[in-house]
Write a protein that binds this ligand. Sequence first.
Ligand SMILES: [Zn+2]
Length: 614
Amino acid sequence: MKNIIFLLSLALLSCNQNKVTDENGVSTDPHSFSKPDQAIVKHLDLDLNVNFESKILTGKATWTIENHKGADSIIFDTQNLHVIRVTLSNGEKTGFSFGPEKKYLGSALKVGIKDSTKQVTIWYTTSPDASALQWLSPQQTAGKVYPFLFTQSEAILARSWIPCQDSPGIRFTYNATITVPSNLLALMSAENPQQINVKGVYHFKQPHAIPSYLMALAVGDLKFKAIDSRTGIYAEPIAIDKAVWEFADMGKMVTSAEKLYGPYRWGRYDVIVLPPSFPFGGMENPMLTFLTPTVTAGDRSLVSLIAHELAHSWSGNLVTNATWNDFWLNEGFTVYLERRIVEDIYGKDEAKMQEVLGYESLKETLQDLGVKSSDTRLKGDYEGRDPDEGMTDIAYEKGYFLLKTIENTVGRARMDGFLKDYFKNHSFQSATTEDFLSYLDSQLLKENVAWADQIKVKQWVYEPGIPLNFPSIGSAKYQAIDSLVSGWKGKIHPAGLKAKLRSANEQLYLIKVLPADLNAKDMAGIDKEFGFTKSGNAELNCAWYVLAIRHHYQAAYPAVENFLNHVGRRKFLIPLYKELATSAAGKEWAKKIYKKARPNYHSVSYNTIDNLLK
Ligand SMILES: [Zn+2]
């Protein structure tokens, strides 16, 4: 049976770029209402006007569709969209209706079509609280003069600003015309302008077929500076020089990734540094990574995040998880590629330290979820839930360690060849976990029967917790810190340590392995030596502030409050609010800060924190 399914899915892949249906022609994505087996989108012409006063987008989405089976309707995903009218290819009006509103999913928009229909145009407006859109007042930007808008469409928020078949298994090309106030620049996940246009009208083209979660738009007072001939930075004028210095290695990273995994297929690779409320570290929007300013630490210590977002140009954007239950295919692969790029450019020591930090955070995630929780399986099951719940270190780090286990078993040269071919053979397609497993079997493991026994890939993918063949890892630099801390025997001695532990990774590790019974005086001693409270490195800030809350180190409280008011990155907000919520007084304080800070956060951040502080 397995072989038959595999052959069928290969046939689907080869005749259709979109991997959206099972062998019976039924949609496999539990997070989309669309019925791509009946009528499917192929290309989008988007025309939107951006209004900062009303906080709405107004315009039309013209979809070029295929209606192979002669269906009488096509289904789109929507969330809080106001549809004004819908027309078909020849301009004639057609009927449309909305299905019932469902939690997380929004509602299905059913549009009447004919056998001959090639295009459907939906005239619509977004709502002011559209979940993908974040509208910032001038005060919330770095420059404080102009407003700012950015989108975050992953996982299933694209439907809140574009009526679309919002499944990662469905791909389309797009052109767009975006009209904005004349002093602002608009950018998308496409070929981008490098200068402000006096009329405020911008045209975009994405010639490669992408899934809807990679639709992206940013509008603001933005400037461009090149790093080299194919990479560059967009940022607010006040932030651009710092960003250009911080990310000077971007061009080198693209070259390194190409050497490992084959040509970069997207043309330019640019990065936009967003205002601090951006909820993620980065978002791999094609041709234009969206980035949090919390990685401009001032010492290039957090640039591995660029390696991560860049790696998505292969794992994620080129070969895409077919559903959000296969999310580990995007993220586990990307963490693996990221660490290989880091190793290539910054050396083995650096890559090993990042691997250990990844393992530490995987252990925390396992503890939080419980090792027997079904959410610790690589193949997820998020039907009926928000797919954001699957964005944990299981997908990222357990996924990474599976690939590392394969590498350790088959050897690096074979692994590299296998991955390069995998990306080439699945370019601009989507894959399920099962597609990958079949490909792994047929292309790599068949060479040597003992390998499959050693790797135990099904155990990794379908069983909870971490398997016994988990690779052994370690970093000499971290071992030195472990023995140093265990030598303290209850009394800490931080003086003179900074000269020994210079890198941000070493300092971060030190914070993580400090004794559990510190008091506020110990904290003050460590802070005097390292200056963690005032560090410009947000990773250090966050780890340190968690300890400050836990050990009642009040000297850091104003900095904690300031951080929570200015940073919107979910990765940092969650552990801090969680730590605050462990005591009654802390929770009280958290609620006070949150009341003020919440408007600065994107919906993907505040939806999680609302639950936490309930
Ligand atoms: Zn990622």
